[in-house]
Design a binder for this molecule. Structure first.
Ligand code: CA
Length: 223
C-alpha cells in the first residue's frame, strides 16, 4: 500500500511511519496541509492518513479541498479530540473513517486495510479501464488487453501491471508502489522485477510502449 501521512507532530509521524514501513508499505510524509495537497496533485496514494489539527490549513480543509477537486482517495482522519461533534464534522467533510488519538497501532493497521479493501473491491467491479484515446483498453471483467483493436496475450502479472497503469494515467507510480500493488510485500524491495516487467509490457504495447515513461528518481508514468 502507498500511504500519504499528513501529521505535524514529529513524534507521532515517526511512530506511524516506522510501523507502516515495517509492514512493507510505502509512506510519504507531509507536515502540513499545503504540502499534502501538492503531493496529491500529481501522485497516487491508496490511503491518506490526515491529522485534524495542522499548522496553516486544517485537516478538515484539506479533505474538503480534495473532494472539491474530485480526489476520492480514502481519508482516515486522526484527532486528539474525541468529541462526537468533531467526528461527525470530519465525516461530513468527506473523510472515510476517523480514529481518535491516542490509538493502538494494530487498530490503525486494521482500519487502513479495511479502507484499501473497500476501494479495491469497488475498482474490481467497476467499468473497464480505458486509456485516453481508447486505443489501449483493459477490460477488468474479461481480464483482456486490447491494443489498436488487437487482443494482446499477457501473463497474470503483466495484466495487473497494465491495469494499474491504466487506472493511474498521467500519475507517477513509484517502483515501491508498483511492487506492492502487483507482487505484494513479500518481494525483495531491491529486486529489478518491476523494470523487467515494464520492459516486457512496453514491447507488448508495440507503438504505444513509449507511453510508459521512466521518470528519473521517481518511477514510471503512463501517458
Ligand atoms: Ca496535529
Amino acid at each position: 500500500m502507498n500511504i500519504l501521512l499528513v501529521e505535524d507532530e514529529t513524534r507521532v509521524a515517526d511512530f506511524i511511519r516506522r510501523g507502516l514501513k515495517g509492514e512493507g508499505w510505502f509512506v510519504e510524509h507531509a507536515a502540513d496541509g499545503e504540502t499534502a495537497l501538492e503531493f496529491l496533485k500529481d501522485r497516487d496514494f491508496d490511503v491518506v492518513i490526515l491529522d485534524l489539527m495542522l499548522p496553516g490549513i486544517s485537516g478538515q480543509d484539506v479533505c474538503q479541498r480534495m473532494r472539491a477537486r474530485k480526489d476520492l482517495t480514502p481519508v482516515l482522519m486522526l484527532s486528539a479530540l474525541d468529541a462526537t461533534d468533531d467526528r461527525i464534522a470530519g465525516l461530513r467533510m468527506g473523510a472515510d473513517d476517523y480514529l481518535p488519538k491516542p490509538f493502538d497501532f494494530e487498530e490503525l493497521l486494521a482500519r487502513l486495510e479495511a479502507l484499501n479493501r473497500r476501494v479495491f473491491d469497488f475498482g474490481a467491479q467497476g467499468a473497464p479501464a480505458y486509456s485516453n484515446d481508447e486505443t489501449v483498453l483493459f477490460d477488468r471483467a474479461a481480464l483482456q488487453l486490447t491494443v489498436d483493436g488487437q487482443v494482446i496475450d499477457l501473463s497474470a502479472k503483466e495484466r495487473e501491471l497494465v491495469s494499474l497503469f491504466l487506472s493511474n494515467r498521467k500519475k507517477v507510480l513509484s517502483r515501491e508502489r508498483i511492487l506492492n500493488a502487483v507482487w505484494g510485500t513479500q518481494e525483495d524491495p531491491l529486486t529489478n522485477v518491476v523494470d523487467v516487467y515494464i520492459g516486457r509490457l512496453r514491447k507488448k504495447l508495440g507503438q504505444h510502449g513509449s507511453r510508459i515513461t521512466t521518470v528519473r528518481g521517481a518511477g514510471y508514468r503512463f501517458d
